[in-house]
Write a protein that binds this ligand. Sequence first.
Ligand code: 2PG
Ligand code: MG
Length: 440
Amino acid sequence: MSVITHVFARRVWDSRGHPTVEAAIRLDSGVIGRGIAPAGASRGAHEAADLRDGGTRLAGMDVSKAVDNVNRLIAPAIIGLPILDQFTIDERLIALDPSPRKEHLGGNATVAVSLAAIHAAAASQGRPLWQHISETYNRIPRIPLPQIQIFGAGTTDAGHRLDIQDLMVMVPGAKDFDEVLEVTCEIYLAAGELLSWRGERTGVTDEGGHWPAFDSNEQAIELLTLAIQKAGEKPGARVVIAIDMAASRLGTRDAYRLDLDQRNLDTAAMLDLMGRWIEAYPITSIEDPLSEDDTEGWMEFNRRFGGQVQVVGDDYLATNAKRVQEAARDRACNALLLTVGQAGTLTEALGAYHSAEAQGWRTIVSARSGESEDVTVSHLATGLGCGQLKVGSFTRSERVAKWNECLRIQDELGTSAFAGAEPLERASTHERGTNQHETT
Ligand code: 2PG
Ligand code: MG
């Protein structure tokens, strides 16, 4: 079995033009695997922390310490390990920095190495990453159903023009991945035209969605519904809507602020507002509807709406197995957003995934708002067969690269491997089962 002979990190640049960490792992066979750390803008309090240099140069964002940690501390700890033993490689990373948020090594250092390792392992076996993941973790590969951003809130720096972070479409009625992208393209174009007519087309967000000036948050959902219609689709039929409230940015328990609507809301008012949106629009998925510290709000939200929509924990769960188990105990949500960078290593992220799966939850593998040419997420979602993938919008190459990779994988796997509506249906069946159990 191939062993690790070299580990090397360098500074590269992400889709926001910020520095990030790339790690490369070379094996005795000469095979190389690489991983690039993505970066979040809306970061949860419980996720692995990026190690940044601080100070004034590059706005404090440089990663020389994280790069140095890979080259000086991580490399000697994993050189000599067999590459197919991802668990032990990740265990070594965890042992080097047992702090809950990997503040010493930097989550950006550990995730780059962990991803480089799985890439090197796949390459050593001469198989594509999706196949290596599916065989290593004994999963049935499925081409994921995507959530694709049409409108977004824009960057924090440039000011929010919308409080809802992501307004996305899903096309569960498509027969394959290619059809998803074609339908999404029509909707993205239709949304752009609608914005142009209204003089509201102002640019694109970090994740490539339209970044418009709306009068209210609801107007954005309304316009997305109109764009779906303008594209020739019946909203709620082949196409549905997913939103990410990223509500930790909006405040805290009983103290939320929707700037665009000029409203302060307590938790009950947030629930009522989103309840009205769920009634009025074909919304199938709501991510982070409440802040990460508002557990009672999440429990109430899931009780009221969990039978109708995916209640997705992103910042709330931070891709952390313990938080998934606690949320399951509290019945606070029914779906996991899986971001390897939040966990810091692939093995820890898979721990969260297995915990979610044990509850019958859905899982959406996700990219971050700061990305790169790295297309690992497309392979991870497919190899795990988890059913869903979120990488941002339909423009900007770091986004489209991931959709295009899914097209290539689909050519290898065949269109019958496309998950379609199945991940949504499977979970609602499970929920029906749970509810029956509750009433007996
Ligand atoms: C999210 C992600 C991607 P970020 O909140 O779901 O949209 O954002 O990477 O900034 O945390
Ligand atoms: Mg989110």
